[in-house]
Write a protein that binds this ligand. Structure first.
Ligand SMILES: Cc1cc2nc3c(=O)[nH]c(=O)nc-3n(C[C@H](O)[C@H](O)[C@H](O)COP(=O)(O)OP(=O)(O)OC[C@H]3O[C@@H](n4cnc5c(N)ncnc54)[C@H](O)[C@@H]3O)c2cc1C
Length: 492
């Protein structure tokens, strides 16, 4: 039966769910609070610079192809993906780097130069990631975990593949050199997890990257978002911008629509929330309607880190130095810094960074001779109670000084435009509980059946998509959540 469906939020999860549901014949409206869709993947354009505010790395590109196929179209007709070369450079605190790419021989040569005894361990590690991928991606990521029995079915595999140990510990079983251990275990950070706590199931990212490559979208991730919005509206969906939902309306044990911030109400047969799951329950549903996700329950969960992201438009290019398109710059402290961020909720003076320089390969993102880049630092979420109105400026200065002294000489003289976001942005603009940029932490105890379900435990006609629900944050996880929600809702 054709349903009237409202989707709250036009982030990647909302758009992907919208496309799938409208392709199934439903009448779908996306209500997005901001002036543009994209959410974490919002794009800023100013003075000839284009900044993708969030995701930059596309893994599992076949998931976009599949989304377009579902809509009866070809993804290639809408946007272009290119494989990155190299995938990224990972710098140690002294500035020497490990270059990660699809070139197996080059990887082995670098491992041999740094730590000859780890060559065999690396090969064994990589071979071990295929069954982990088959468990983590094929068996876990695209299946709804609505019943505890679903969890019991995969428990033997989780035990067999040691999913209860951390990614770092798992990698350490194969690789002895401390820096190489970091290089092969930092991936949970890309989806908001501490490598020392996140399940070893995230070692599947190494497999994903090696099998399908690391890609970027020509024109930036913004090109993907525009293509998704275009596809959704071409299929007959309605995308309303500057349309904030203030409340999900409940009658008995069913949701019946939403009340907007401007007071209007909209009726719907089904509501899908792409907003963060903890925010959805805490802020959009009155407490007396919630039996599972009470405020106390939400307070007791563990949330991902937040971020400071500094966007810089430069009138100079830095093609001569070591930095490439994607750069991970690890500080001297690793475990201690992560502990400060995730567990102590303490804003440390040192940092590890991700430096994204898309104009390195796509000059259209900056005026001629210039660069558009961002530098990202993981920081504690709002549990730290840091006063960012005081902390932001010194933090920004420390980032610029560090880059200027180590990687980008003369940087401060070449900044033409700049913009910075901190945990306040993630909490109040993107509406993520505690400003956790990647929603709930990806812990085994908060995964699959233990994560907020794609069909709500509270109301049978409320569905959740996006990083806060199963399977989790990151483009592949969010796209998978849309597959699950659309399957559960079914065709018109
Ligand atoms: C800086 C950064 C870098 C990242 N890099 C990568 C990467 O390289 N590769 C990767 O795979 N992943 C990356 N990620 C993770 C990935 O971007 C996210 O997991 C994903 O984009 C989240 O999509 P989403 O649909 O869950 O949520 P969001 O993008 O947050 O979308 C939610 C939408 O809901 C809207 N909304 C919220 N509340 C309301 C309301 N009340 N009414 C109406 N609308 C509302 C918001 O405005 C937003 O548009 C990165 C994330 C960040 C922050």
């Amino acid at each position: 039966m054709r349903r009237e469906i409202i989707i709250i939020g036009g982030g990647l999860g909302g758009l992907a769910a919208g496309i799938r549901l409208v392709a199934k014949g439903h009448h779908v409206t996306i209500l997005e609070k901001r002036d543009k869709p994209g959410g974490k993947a919002y794009t800023y354009k100013t003075q000839g610079f284009t900044f993708d505010s969030g995701p930059s790395i596309v893994t599992a590109p076949f998931m976009f192809d599949d989304l377009w196929r579902e809509a009866g179209r070809r993804r290639e007709d809408y946007f272009t993906l290119e494989e990155c070369s190299p995938y990224y450079r990972i710098f140690d605190h002294k500035g020497s780097y490990f270059e990660y790419s699809s070139n197996e021989q080059a990887l082995i040569r670098q491992i041999r130069e740094r730590s000859p005894r780890d060559v065999e361990g690396y090969k064994r590690f990589m071979a071990s990631t295929k069954p982990i991928f088959e468990l983590g991606f094929v068996k876990l990521a695209e299946q709804p975990f609505l019943h505890f029995t679903d969890m019991l079915k995969v428990t033997p595999d989780l035990l067999r593949l040691k999913s209860f140990i951390s990614t770092y510990r798992y990698v350490s079983g194969f690789i002895k050199d401390d820096f190489l251990r970091r290089c092969f275990s930092f991936h949970p950070l890309f989806i908001g997890g501490n490598p020392f706590d996140a399940s070893s199931v995230y070692a599947m990212v190494d497999y994903l990257e090696r099998e399908w490559g690391v890609h970027h979208a020509v024109g930036g991730i913004g090109a993907i978002i525009s293509a998704m919005a275009k596809l959704f509206t071409e299929l007959g969906g309605t995308l309303e911008l500057n349309a904030e939902t203030a409340e999900i309306l409940v009658e008995g044990r069913k949701v019946v629509g939403v009340r907007m911030a401007d007071g209007q109400t909209r009726r719907a047969d089904i509501v899908v929330s792409n907003a963060d799951s903890a925010y959805t329950y805490q802020k959009l549903i009155a407490p007396h309607h919630r039996k599972v996700y009470t405020d106390a329950n939400l307070r007791g969960k563990k949330y991902s880190m937040s971020l400071v992201v500094l966007y810089l438009g430069l009138d100079k290019r830095y093609d001569d130095g070591d930095i490439v398109q994607h750069n991970v710059i690890l500080g001297k402290r690793y475990k201690g810094l992560l502990n400060d961020i995730f567990n102590r909720h303490h804003l440390a003076r040192d940092f590890s960074l991700y430096l994204h320089r898309p104009s390195h390969v796509d000059p259209s993102l900056a005026p001629k001779g210039g660069e558009a880049l961002y530098v990202l630092a993981p920081v504690p979420n709002a549990s730290s109670r840091t006063d960012w109105s005081q902390a932001a400026k010194p933090y920004r200065d420390a980032l610029v000084t560090f880059l200027e002294q180590n990687y980008m000489p003369g940087l401060s003289k070449h900044i033409v435009v700049e913009h910075m976001v901190d945990p306040r942005y993630y909490e109040h603009t993107l509406n993520n509980y505690r400003g956790a940029a990647f929603n709930l932490q990806p812990l085994l105890t908060q995964s699959a059946w233990f994560r907020p379900h794609n069909r709500s435990e509270e109301f049978a006609n409320l569905y959740l998509v996006g990083g806060g629900t199963h399977p989790g944050a990151g483009l592949p996880g969010v796209l998978a959540s849309a597959i699950i929600a659309a399957k559960l809702i079914g065709p018109a």
